[in-house]
Design a protein around this ligand. Sequence first.
Ligand code: SF4
Length: 65
Amino acid sequence: MKVSLIPEKCIACGLCQTYSKIFDYHDDGIVKFTDSQALVKTIDNQDHDTLKAVKACPTKALTIL
Ligand code: SF4
């Protein structure tokens, strides 16, 4: 499964990283992946923490592809 970031929708609330460390932030607080500058990342289907982060994002800046 893949997670996609939509940085234009991110409001820099910081919530996603509290669920999953695959998320990090640029200096302005906008979401990025911790280990990549890409906007799409393949994750393990069993990565429930990341799935929780996607569901918790208040602006739908994180999506599952
Ligand atoms: S939870 Fe959503 S809005 Fe908040 S920092 Fe993460 S991507 Fe941005």
